[in-house]
Ligand binder design. Structure first.
Ligand code: PMP
Length: 450
């Protein structure tokens, strides 16, 4: 097993356990050890592992037709999935473009936004604005808009022009005495200033994760943040693109996270939960306005990949989304999500190194700090987030850690994204295993019985 490169891990020589099976919310390694998958990899496995309906749908599709190139054919699986998504997506988001993952979908969204302006005679609009402490993928354009300095550094000369404003991160950035409304207004004003600074006729799109995932651990926006942002975008004719690669497809308890924010973007990007890991698939969904401009203009989107609308991937995603609908899993996500946050708050009520617990639905982040009162971050050299991951794995629990310095800001976060099929006992067990893992990693003992 020495030939698969693991150089994207911090320690390429570290040997990883071999995953040999998965059943429900658990993954099993070669020694037979079981792990509760409380993060679904990176918020991917929303139906857990080995779901029979999804497995059977994949088998049936492969038996019939695994793949047909979209320049010759469409398939029933792709059409049905697209109709289902268009029917559930907010407002006029009716046009679905299937790709193989999140970064590809982000690239497609950025290119379509650019092409839209070319089509409507505003080719000078070429700048993107995104937010600091964000992650939109690792391909060059997605990396360009991402606000994750260390990931970008080596590639800076290759990146496309992008500007960054502050994220909506109340725990860290809301000032003492500042109301939610004032804070949100300050952020909207910052975006407006940035648009004016670049030139209001030169900005193409503002891009944001609806709920921040990988760089800060499930940070939800304050109420009204995106409505204010939408108003600023509308004032200057700037498109709004929401990246719901992590937060979409039910993870927050809504199929599209932005439903809760009562905002309709021009483009929404989805991936991970769409296929729930059973097949690689992502999608870019755009509004009638954009679609019509392209159709009435040059006639087609000047973009494409070999695996667009892959039949087997679409069949898997269709089965995943059907299970979510038919089993009413979004209600379970909301209920279990509340339980998860409540249990974490109880268990870590006095913990000096647990600074913040936040999230939406089954998308929950725990921010670790050196000192709770001052919110002082832990020293990056301690790599506490990595220790939490290891301590959790030792206890048969998978959580998604992140840490270090992101955009000049230090922080250690633990992301929880358990499968939508979790029951109340599973949630208690996740917290029961996480508490001692955080204690061991931070060198503090939570009260017994946690
Ligand atoms: N956008 C967001 C918000 C993500 O969390 C990710 C992946 N973590 C991506 C884009 C990129 O997706 P992928 O890794 O499938 O290319």
């Amino acid at each position: 097993m020495d030939h698969m490169t693991h150089i994207f891990h911090r320690n390429p020589r570290q040997s990883l356990p071999v995953a040999v099976g998965g059943e429900g919310i658990e993954l099993i390694d070669q020694s037979g050890k079981r792990y509760i998958d409380a993060c679904g990899g990176a918020a991917v496995s929303c139906l857990g592992h080995g779901h029979p309906r999804v497995v059977n749908a994949i088998k049936a599709q492969v038996d019939t037709l695994a793949y047909a190139h979209t320049s010759f054919f469409t398939t029933a699986a792709a059409e049905e999935l697209a109709s289902m998504l268009a029917a559930s997506a907010p407002g006029s988001l009716n046009h679905v473009y299937f790709v193989s993952g999140g970064s590809e979908a982000v690239e497609a969204g950025l290119k379509l936004a650019r092409q839209y302006y070319v089509e409507i005679g505003q080719a000078q609009r070429r700048f993107f604005i995104a937010r600091r402490q964000s992650y939109h993928g690792n391909t060059l354009a997605a990396l360009s808009i991402g606000g994750n300095a260390w990931r970008r550094e080596a590639f800076l000369p290759l990146l496309i022009p992008a500007h960054h404003v502050a994220p909506c991160y109340a725990y860290r950035d809301q000032l003492a005495g500042e109301s939610d409304a004032q804070y949100v207004q300050r952020l909207a004003d910052e975006l407006e200033q940035k648009i004016l600074e670049i030139g209001s006729d030169k900005v193409a799109t503002f891009v944001a994760e609806t709920v921040v995932g990988a760089t800060a651990g499930a940070v939800p926006p304050l109420a009204d943040y995106f409505r204010k942002i939408r108003a600023v975008c509308d004032k200057y004719g700037v498109l709004l693109m929401l990246d719901e690669v992590m937060s979409g497809m039910g993870r927050t308890g809504y199929l599209f996270a932005c439903e809760e924010d009562r905002v309709e973007p021009d483009i929404v990007i989805i991936a991970k939960g769409l296929g729930a890991g059973y097949q690689p698939i992502g999608a870019m969904i755009c509004s009638d306005k954009i679609f019509n401009a392209v159709v009435e203009g040059s006639g087609f989107f000047q973009h494409g990949h070999t695996y667009i609308g892959h039949a087997t991937a679409c069949a898997a995603a269709l089965a995943v989304q059907t299970v979510i609908q038919e089993e009413n899993l979004l209600a379970n996500v909301r209920q279990r999500g509340e339980q998860l946050q409540q249990r974490l708050r109880e268990v870590f009520a006095e913990h000096p190194h647990v600074g913040d617990i936040r999230g939406r639905g089954l998308f929950v982040g725990v921010e670790l700090v050196a000192d709770r009162a001052s919110k002082q971050p832990l020293a990056p050299a301690q790599r506490t987030h990595a220790k939490v991951k290891a301590e959790a794995m030792a206890r048969g629990l998978l959580v998604y850690p992140m840490g270090g310095t992101i955009d000049g800001r230090q922080g250690d976060h633990v992301l929880l994204a358990p499968p939508f099929i979790c029951n109340a006992i599973d949630i208690d067990e996740i917290v029961h295993r996480l508490a001692p893992a955080i204690d061991a990693a931070t060198g503090y003992a939570t009260a017994p019985g946690s």
